[in-house]
Design a protein. Structure first.
Length: 315
């Protein structure tokens, strides 16, 4: 699982931080979470083809999270995209896409599937599940959790002992199907180990701290949480329905996550050092994402790469 941050600013972009956008590569799929203005250009810098994006998930309809969507879809059309594109977001998405289309901002020759979602399972494939909750913002904001469907370990020697021939029957059993061997039914539970937990990533969008987000993020490998404000500006965080770095760290601690990544940083701060230090006082394994920060969640460890594609203020 690979995560690339395309934009890490809050409402206004700066020379160091673009508007919100996160790419998550998971199995064969490329997923985009939020699409602020300038996302196309950030994709170019990150050397990620927009044509490979399979699904787009919008957290909410403030401009810094959605104003890049029209241009991105238009460019896909210019480049001759033929594959379907699925776009997910809160109620109102169909109207937004309709307005853009009717005003002639773009014409496309591929199928655009629009999904207005609420809480629950948003996507389920053979490899992963995406769930959503409505977080606490001043307009409806969806937080997303993506986690891997991890199959139990296949007990090869046990299967052979039960007479299962090496070959396709192994795959059927591992995928949960019964097989017949010499008139005897072999069930998957006879040759599978205990359940295993797969990798999990949670993205908050814009939110005040809330219990539903703690539950959604429970035991995540990575929690990507907004930290628009330092603790000294908590009154502004409350007024504008955002979170401080300390509040994000408290969420991470309560949710028992492995790594907290802070993003959506206000341009009022010339350095992210205080935001990082405030969070680390509560939750040590914290980093502040810059544009083009890459996180690779491997089988045994998580690696982090700060790519200096543009000059970043990485104190």
């Amino acid at each position: 699982m690979e995560i690339t941050f395309l934009g890490t600013s809050s409402a206004v972009p700066s020379k160091y931080r673009n508007h919100a956008g996160i790419i998550l590569k998971y199995f064969k799929d490329t997923l985009l979470f939020d699409c602020g203005e300038g996302t196309q250009r950030q994709l170019t810098y990150a050397k990620i083809s927009p044509m490979k994006i399979d699904k787009i998930f919008i957290s909410h309809y403030h401009g810094d999270h959605i104003l890049g969507l029209a241009g991105l879809i238009q460019s896909m059309g210019f480049r001759g995209r033929e594959e379907d594109l699925d776009v997910y977001g809160p109620k109102g998405l169909e109207k937004i896409i309709g307005v853009i289309s009717n005003y002639g901002f773009f014409q496309i020759n591929f199928q655009l599937n629009i999904h207005e979602i609420d809480e629950g399972v948003v996507v389920e494939t053979d490899e992963y599940i995406i769930k959503s909750i409505i977080a606490e913002h001043n307009i409806p904001n969806i937080a997303y959790s993506i986690y891997e469907k991890k199959k139990p370990r296949f007990l090869r020697e046990k299967a052979i002992e039960l007479g299962v021939p090496v070959g396709p029957a192994f795959g059927k059993l591992h995928s949960g199907q019964e097989v017949e061997v010499d008139g005897k039914i072999i069930k998957p539970e006879q040759v599978l180990g205990p359940p295993r937990t797969g990798k999990k990533v949670t993205y908050s969008g814009d939110t005040r701290p809330c219990e539903k987000l703690i539950e959604l993020a429970k035991d995540s490998d990575v929690l990507i949480h907004e930290a628009t404000y330092e603790d000294a500006d908590k009154d502004k965080a409350i007024e504008n329905c955002h979170s401080t770095s300390k509040e994000a760290a408290e969420i991470a601690k309560e949710a028992n996550v492995k790594l907290l990544v802070l993003t959506h940083i206000s341009t009022r701060y010339t350095s992210d050092l205080n935001i990082k230090n405030e969070a680390k006082e509560i939750f040590e394994n914290t980093l502040v994402a810059n544009d083009f920060t890459e996180i690779n969640i491997g089988k045994d460890k998580t690696s982090i790469n700060f790519k200096n594609i543009l000059t970043v203020n990485n104190d």
